[in-house]
Design a binder for this molecule. Structure first.
Ligand SMILES: Nc1nc2c(ncn2[C@@H]2O[C@H](COP(=O)(O)O[C@H]3[C@@H](O)[C@H](n4cnc5c(=O)[nH]c(N)nc54)O[C@@H]3COP(=O)(O)O)[C@@H](O)[C@H]2O)c(=O)[nH]1
Length: 800
C-alpha cells in the first residue's frame, strides 16, 4: 500500500492525474448510461447499444490509461509500441463487450456481478497490455501481490457499479454507478502502477516504430473526449426519445384502458402486439398472459379449457389470409351470453387491428324495432307487412298435396261499439278477439291484424281434408261470436269471413287477398256473421260495383236522380201532415234503381254529400210549391255530418226555395250520434236554432236508443218498421211500441210509426196513442207530381 502511495505522490504529475480521472469519470458516466439503454431494449437494438457501450467503455479505459501514463514519470525517455498499444485497445473493447453481454443476459444479481467483474478484468487486460507497449531503457519488475490487488480492485468495483446501475435508472443510481466504475478503473490503474519497479538497462529502447507519450496521450485525450461527448449526446437523445415514447405509451395505455371497445393488434403471423383489458374481458381471456403470444396458441389454450369451440388453426389461417389480402372483415360472436361485433382491419405489412364492441343491447333494441315494425302494437299479432311476408313464404313452400287458405275477417259493427263505449273498450275487445283467434289456429297457421277491425288468417295444411278451411272458418265465427265481458259491459260481436284458396284462386299474396276480400264482401252482403269462399262471379260483381260507382258520379251530372214522396199521416186527425222525401235513381239503361242499392256506395265514396245536398234543395223547392203547408222530411246520412258545410247547405236550400224552416224535418239515424258527438250535437242545435225540426229515425234498432233521447231534444221519434211489422204477432214488439209512444207522450215528442201496411197495425198504433203513421197502407213513395193527389185522397192506397 505504501508503495502504491509513494508511486502516486512522487512519480505522477497531479494535473494529468486529474485529467485522467476526468476522462475516466466521463467514460464511466457514458458507459453506465448506455448500459441502461441496452437494458431497456431488446434484440438487435440491444446488440447495437452493447457494441456502442463496449466501444465507449473500452476507449474510455484506454484513454484514461494513457493520459495517466503521461502523468507518470519513469525517470527516462519513454515511447510506446504502436502494435501493442493497438492490441490493448482491442482487448479493452472486446472484454468490456463480453462483460456487458453477461450482465445483460439475466436479471440475477450474481450474473450481473459476474459481468461487472469481467469488465474489471478487461480494465486489467488493457492496462497490462498497455504497459507491455512501454519502451524504456529499463525493464519492469512487477510486484505480484500488488498486481493481484489491482485486478481484485478493478473487478470488485466494476461488479458493484453494475449492481447499483441495475437497481434503478435514475440520476442517483446513475451517479453512484458512474462513481464506482470510475473507482474501479482508477484504483486498478494506480494500484497496478504501484506494482512497477524499473531496473535501468541501456540496451533496451525504442524500436523506431513508437510514438511519444505526449503525442499519444494528447491524441488519446482528444479522441476520448470527442467519443465520449458524442456518446453522451447519443445517450441523452435516446433517453429523451425513450421518455417521449414512454409518455406516448402512457397516453396510449390510458386511452386503451378507458375505451368501451376492446382492441387488439396483431402482426402478420398473428402475434398479439397490443391489447387492452376490455378485449381480454369481452373475449373471456382474462388471467392469461397475452402480450407477444400467437393468437393460435391462445385459441388452442382456450379450446383446451373448453372456452372456445372453433378450429383454431382454420380460424387463424383465415383471419391472416384476409388481412394479407387487405380485406376488412366484420363478424358477430357470442361470448358469455353477450353479442360481440368484431371488426378486423388490415394493417400495412400484413398484420391487423381488431376492435370488439358489445352490441347486445343494441341488438335487443334493433330486434324490438324490427318487431314493432312487423307487429301490431295493440294485439302483438303480425301486422300487414309480416303477414304478407309469411304468406309469400307459405306460397313458396306449398306443394300439390298442401292446402293454403287466406281468410279475411271483419268484425261486424265494431265501429258502433267503439264509438258508443269508447276506445279503451274497443281496444280491449280487439285484444280479446285476437286471443280467441289464436286459440282457433295451429302452429302452422298465421293470424294477423291488418288494421282496425280487420284480421286475417293463413291456414297452411298438409294432406288435410278440403273441409278443414270451412271447419276453421265456422269455428272462428262461433268462437268470436261468443259473449265478451269487458269493463263491466256484456258485449256480443259477430265476424264475417271471406276465404280464398291457393293455388286455385291465385298464386301471389295480392291476388289471394283481393279474392278473400271479395268473398268477405259477399259474406257481409249475405247478412254478416258468416263465411264465404271466393267464387268466380264475385269478381264480376266487384267490377259491377266499380261501374256503378262511375255511373253514380255521372248520374249527378246527367240529372238522373228524382225525389219521391211518401205521406206521413196524423193518426188522430187522419190527415197528411208531411211527406218523406226519398231519392230514386232513374238510370238511363237500368231503369229505376232503389236507394238501398246505391246509398251505401254513395256513402262509401262520399258522393252522398253532393247527392244529399241536391235532394235537400229539391225537396225544399217541391214543398214550397205544395198547396198545403205540410212538412217535408229529408234523410241525412252520417257522412253529411262530417261535412262542415251542412248547416250552410240547409240554410241555402231554405232561402233558395223560400220554404219556412218549421216545415223542414231532418231525419237522422242513431249512427249520426255515434260519431264525434260534441260536434254533431252542436250542428243539430244550430239547425234547430233556426226552426228546423229534427227526427230520430229507425228508433230502437241501435245500441242505446234511449240514451240518445237524453242527449238531444228531438222533435220526433220514428219507430222502426221492424217493430211495426210484427205488432200484431209479437208481444215484445207491441211492448216496445207501447213504451216508445208512452215515452213520446211524457216527453212531449211526436211519435211516427214507419212501415204501416195493414189496418190492424194502424188500429193498434192508434190505440197506443202513436201520433203519426207512415207506410204502404197509405201510399208507397210517389213522384213529386203525385203529391197533390196524395194530399186530397187520405188513407187510400195508391197503386205504385
Ligand atoms: N241519406 C239518404 N237516405 C235515403 C234517401 N232516400 C232514401 N234513403 C234511404 O234509403 C233507404 C231505402 O229507402 P227506400 O227504398 O225509399 O225505402 C223507404 C220506403 O220506401 C220504405 N217504406 C215505407 N213504408 C213502407 C212499408 O210500409 N213497408 C216497407 N217494406 N217499406 C216501407 O222505407 C224506407 C224509408 O225508411 P226511413 O228512411 O227509415 O224512413 C232508407 O233507409 C232511406 O232512409 C236520401 O235522400 N238520403
Amino acid at each position: 500500500m505504501y508503495r502504491v502511495l509513494t508511486c502516486l505522490t512522487t512519480e505522477h504529475d497531479w494535473r494529468l492525474v486529474v485529467l485522467a480521472g476526468t476522462i475516466c469519470w466521463l467514460a464511466s458516466a457514458v458507459a453506465i448510461s448506455l448500459f441502461h439503454r441496452a437494458r431497456a431494449s431488446s434484440g438487435r437494438t440491444r446488440a447495437v447499444w452493447i457494441g456502442l457501450d463496449a466501444a465507449v467503455g473500452g476507449c474510455g479505459i484506454w484513454a484514461t490509461h494513457f493520459v495517466a501514463m503521461l502523468a507518470y514519470d519513469p525517470g527516462a525517455n519513454a515511447g510506446y509500441s504502436i502494435s501493442i498499444t493497438s492490441l490493448s485497445l482491442v482487448f479493452a473493447i472486446t472484454i468490456v463487450a463480453i462483460g456487458l453481454c453477461i450482465a445483460l443476459s439475466s436479471a440475477r444479481q450474481s450474473v450481473i456481478a459476474l459481468g461487472g467483474a469481467v469488465i474489471g478484468g478487461g480494465v486489467a487486460a488493457m492496462h497490462y497490455t498497455g504497459m507491455a507497449a512501454l519502451e524504456l531503457p529499463a525493464f519492469i519488475v512487477w510486484s505480484p501481490g500488488i498486481v493481484a490487488a489491482s485486478i481484485v480492485f478493478g473487478s470488485l468495483f466494476a461488479a458493484m457499479a453494475l449492481l447499483v446501475a441495475v437497481r434503478r435508472d435514475n440520476p442517483v443510481h446513475t451517479v453512484a454507478a458512474t462513481g464506482l466504475l470510475t473507482v474501479a478503473i482508477v484504483s486498478h490503474h494506480f494500484t497496478a502502477m504501484g506494482a512497477v519497479t524499473l531496473v535501468p538497462d541501456p540496451t533496451l529502447g525504442s524500436d523506431g516504430l513508437s510514438i511519444s507519450p505526449t503525442a499519444l496521450s494528447f491524441l488519446t485525450a482528444v479522441a476520448a473526449f470527442a467519443l465520449l461527448g458524442l456518446s453522451l449526446l447519443a445517450s441523452m437523445i435516446d433517453r429523451r426519445a425513450k421518455s417521449e415514447l414512454h409518455q406516448q405509451k402512457v397516453l396510449l395505455d390510458t386511452a386503451l384502458d378507458n375505451m368501451s371497445q376492446g382492441l387488439s393488434m396483431f402482426d402478420a403471423d398473428g402475434r398479439i402486439l397490443l391489447y387492452n383489458d376490455r378485449y381480454a374481458e369481452m373475449m373471456g381471456r382474462t388471467g392469461i398472459d397475452l402480450q407477444g403470444r400467437l393468437l393460435l396458441d391462445v385459441l388452442r389454450q382456450q379450446k383446451a379449457l373448453g372456452r372456445w369451440d372453433g378450429d383454431p388453426d382454420q380460424f387463424v389461417a383465415s383471419v391472416i389470409a384476409e388481412a394479407r389480402a387487405g380485406n376488412s372483415v366484420t363478424r358477430t360472436v357470442s361470448r358469455n351470453g353477450r353479442s360481440i361485433r368484431v371488426v378486423d382491419q388490415p394493417m400495412k405489412g400484413g398484420g391487423w387491428v381488431a376492435t370488439f364492441e358489445d352490441i347486445t343491447e343494441w341488438q335487443a333494441v334493433q330486434e324490438q324495432i324490427s318487431h314493432m315494425a312487423r307487429h301490431d302494437a295493440l294485439t302483438n299479432l303480425p301486422n300487414r307487412t309480416l303477414f304478407r311476408e309469411q304468406l309469400e313464404k307459405a306460397l313458396r313452400l306449398v306443394r300439390r298435396s298442401d292446402q293454403l287458405a287466406v281468410l279475411c275477417l271483419d268484425l261486424d259493427h265494431f265501429k258502433d261499439i267503439n264509438d258508443s263505449l269508447g276506445h279503451p273498450v274497443g281496444d280491449a275487445l280487439l285484444r280479446e278477439v285476437a286471443r280467441r283467434l289464436g286459440e282457433c289456429v295451429t302452429e302452422h297457421d298465421t293470424v294477423a291484424r291488418l288494421g282496425g277491425d280487420e284480421f286475417a288468417i293463413v291456414q297452411f295444411c298438409s294432406d288435410c281434408e278440403p273441409s278443414a278451411v270451412a271447419m276453421l272458418a265456422s269455428h272462428v265465427v262461433e268462437k268470436v261470436s261468443a259473449p265478451y265481458e269487458i269493463a263491466g259491459h256484456q258485449l256480443v260481436i259477430g265476424v264475417s269471413i271471406g276465404i280464398s284458396l291457393a293455388p286455385e284462386d291465385g298464386k301471389n299474396p295480392d291476388e289471394l287477398l283481393k279474392k278473400a276480400d271479395l268473398a268477405l264482401y259477399r259474406a257481409k252482403e249475405d247478412g254478416r256473421g258468416t263465411y264465404r269462399f271466393f267464387e268466380t262471379g264475385m269478381d264480376a260483381r266487384a267490377q259491377a260495383r266499380r261501374l256503378l260507382e262511375l255511373d253514380l258520379r255521372a248520374a249527378l251530372q246527367r240529372g238522373e236522380f228524382e225525389v219521391y214522396y211518401q205521406p206521413i199521416r196524423d193518426v188522430a186527425k187522419d190527415v197528411v201532415v208531411a211527406f218523406e222525401a226519398l231519392v230514386r235513381w232513374n238510370h238511363s239503361l237500368r231503369g229505376m234503381i232503389s236507394p238501398v242499392n246505391f246509398i251505401p256506395l254513395a256513402e262509401e265514396t262520399g258522393l252522398i254529400v253532393p247527392l244529399g245536398d241536391w235532394v235537400l234543395r229539391q225537396a225544399c223547392m217541391d214543398a214550397a210549391g205544395w198547396s198545403q203547408d205540410v212538412g217535408v222530411a229529408v234523410n241525412l246520412s252520417p257522412v253529411q255530418f262530417k261535412n262542415l258545410n251542412l248547416v250552410a247547405s240547409v240554410k241555402d236550400a231554405l232561402s233558395a226555395s223560400g220554404l219556412p224552416a218549421h216545415r223542414l224535418e231532418l231525419e237522422i239515424t242513431e249512427s249520426v250520434l255515434l260519431q264525434n258527438t260534441e260536434a254533431t250535437l252542436s250542428v243539430l242545435h244550430e239547425l234547430r236554432g233556426f226552426g228546423v225540426k229534427i227526427s230520430l229515425d229507425d228508433f230502437g234498432t241501435g245500441y242505446s236508443s234511449l240514451s240518445y233521447l237524453r242527449s238531444f231534444p228531438f222533435d220526433k221519434i220514428k219507430i222502426d218498421r221492424s217493430f211495426v211489422s210484427e205488432l200484431a204477432t209479437r208481444e215484445d214488439s207491441m211492448a216496445i211500441v207501447r213504451a216508445v209512444t208512452g215515452l213520446g207522450k211524457s216527453l212531449g215528442i211526436v211519435t211516427t210509426a214507419e212501415g204501416v201496411e195493414t189496418d190492424a197495425q194502424f188500429d193498434l198504433l192508434r190505440q197506443e196513442g202513436c201520433t203519426q203513421a207512415q207506410g204502404y197502407l197509405f201510399s208507397r213513395p210517389r213522384p213529386a207530381a203525385d203529391v197533390e193527389n196524395m194530399l186530397i185522397q187520405p188513407r187510400q192506397r195508391l197503386i205504385a
